[in-house]
Design a protein around this ligand. Structure first.
Ligand code: ADP
Length: 484
């Protein structure tokens, strides 16, 4: 059983209009611990009817919430942020139990998730409009920024807290109300956040969290004329489906979808720094993040040295149950994830790749996979084309800068890219040519609430975090004042 300092944070009910409720028909979904296979809790298996009610509650709550001052909303958000930090250990334990990531990473995610609430508590007060010089003397042109209205959010399991606060905090800061459907694998982190939001003073109906049948709930959210904005983080096929479903009501959309991040190491790179960056960007969350480097492009002059150093470092990563001290890599989320990683590695080996370290399931069994480095990889292999979402680094050799840029851009995705070089001119040259929303240069750590996160091409639309993150939940109104 999960031991918490505050057991009331484990909430196996949906949060709808300020009440904790079961599914109408009483049905539930089991939440399991990927490290042990044990059931942690049963959460409601809601469907269309509950989604309709959650949207109606958000609609009811909209006018009074929108009419509060920015300072009032800011103070409530600030309390929510403080409560998250006060309960960081419990929230991290819940996350590790349902998601599998090491406890230290889970604590880090709670701080990171909370940072979005702090940031947007501050940004709420800065939703400035503008006055535009008028083309006529008897006119004044004023632009205001207003809350877009009722919003919906659908979130994934890899960052069970941060993917929610990135959406909910700017929505609430902007004066919107919202209905959230968390991933079925990780609903308990979402429900714990709702519990703390309630304690912070978020009024009934302003934030609603419903768990259950994804396509039924998503269908209602996207078809509803009341919902004016959908924010989704997840796979590209589901994002495309939701985009189609939103066409009928012409909703504003934020989509944060799949990636295929290249990690380029040039001959003039600091190889030790590149290895550290590779470890940070590839093996965090067992490789299950949308900005994880997916394919490594390494210039011929440093290929062997980089491969050897990376393989040595990767072979030392402690693998185990995320709850245990010192563990750097937990299990994969489920059997399907394990099978995908296994198939991609097998395919690469069949086509001539070689194992530098790892390359198979871990002796722990379950859904653990060994931290892996593959060499002699080519861009014809599936492992370089598909999002691996596992702890596998495939290394391809290249000769020239132009070849590296061509290979890096040869994908329909465009979320994150990384490169390592000590040449000042190359930094700017390559950064300019990469068709990506985020570029990490001499660093594998790119995520922060102060910067705009998001992609181009099939990786999505819109930005989360930074001052731009608030715009996603606002609309411009132009006032033409005549007869002055
Ligand atoms: P992943 O591969 O990370 O699970 P998905 O895109 O399948 O990515 O899931 C991300 C989120 O989208 C989850 O909350 C999931 O329940 C939800 N989802 C999946 N299919 C649908 C759908 N047809 N309609 C609405 N939401 C969906």
């Amino acid at each position: 059983m999960l031991q918490l300092q505050d057991p009331s944070l484990l909430r196996p009910s949906c949060y709808l209009d300020g009440a904790w409720v079961a599914a109408d028909d009483g049905s539930t979904i089991a939440v399991t611990n990927p490290a042990t296979g044990q059931t942690i809790a049963q959460v409601p298996r809601c469907g269309a009817a509950e989604a309709e009610r959650a949207i109606a509650a958000a609609e009811q709550a909209l006018a009074p919430w929108r009419d509060t001052t920015a300072a009032q909303r800011s103070r409530i958000l600030r309390r929510w942020f403080e409560l998250m930090l006060a309960h960081q250990d419990d929230l991290a334990a819940i996350m590790t139990a349902e998601q599998g990531k090491p406890l230290a990473e889970a604590r880090g995610e709670i701080a990171y998730a909370a940072s979005y609430i702090e940031w947007f508590a501050e940004e709420a007060k800065r939703a400035y409009g503008e006055v535009i010089p008028s083309p006529a003397q008897d006119r004044q042109i004023v632009v205001t920024r207003e809350s877009i209205g009722v919003c919906a959010a659908i979130t994934p399991w890899n960052f069970p807290s941060a993917m929610i606060t990135r959406k909910v905090a700017p929505a609430l800061a902007a004066g919107c109300t919202i209905v959230v459907k968390p991933a079925e694998q990780t609903p308990l982190s979402a429900l714990a956040l709702a519990e703390l939001a309630e304690r912070a003073g978020v009024p009934a109906g302003v934030l609603n969290v419903i768990t259950g049948q994804a396509s039924a709930i998503g269908g209602v959210m996207t078809a509803s004329p009341t919902v004016r904005k959908l924010s989704f983080t997840g796979s590209t096929p589901v994002g495309q489906l939701l985009m189609q479903q939103c066409a009928g009501t012409v909703k504003k959309l934020s989509l944060e979808l799949g990636g295929n991040a290249p990690f380029i190491v040039f001959d003039d790179a600091d190889v030790d720094a590149a290895v550290a960056g590779a470890l940070a960007s590839k093996y965090r969350n067992a490789g299950q993040t949308c900005v994880c480097s997916n394919r490594f492009l390494v210039q011929a002059g440093v290929y062997d040295r980089f491969a050897q150093k990376l393989a040595e470092a990767v072979a030392c990563l402690p693998v185990g149950n995320g709850m245990d001290a010192g563990v750097a890599q937990g299990p994969l989320i489920d059997q399907a994830a394990l099978h995908k990683v296994e198939a991609l590695v097998q395919d690469a080996l069949a086509h001539g790749a070689r194992i530098a370290t790892g390359g198979a399931r871990h002796a722990l069994g379950g859904t653990w996979y060994q931290p892996t480095v593959l060499t002699h990889v080519t861009d014809a292999m599936a492992v370089m084309r598909e999002e691996i979402f596992g702890p596998v680094a495939p290394l391809q050799r290249f000769e020239s800068e132009a070849e590296a840029v061509r290979l890096a851009n040869d994908t329909p995705f465009g979320l994150a890219a990384y490169f390592f070089t000590q040449s000042h001119a190359r930094v700017w040259r390559v950064a300019r040519q990469l068709e990506y929303g985020i570029v990490g240069i001499n660093t594998g750590a790119i995520s922060t609430e102060v910067a705009p996160f998001g992609g181009v091409k099939l990786s999505g639309l819109g930005r989360e975090g930074s001052r731009h993150g608030l715009d996603e939940y606002m609309t411009l109104k132009y006032l033409a004042l005549g007869g002055l």
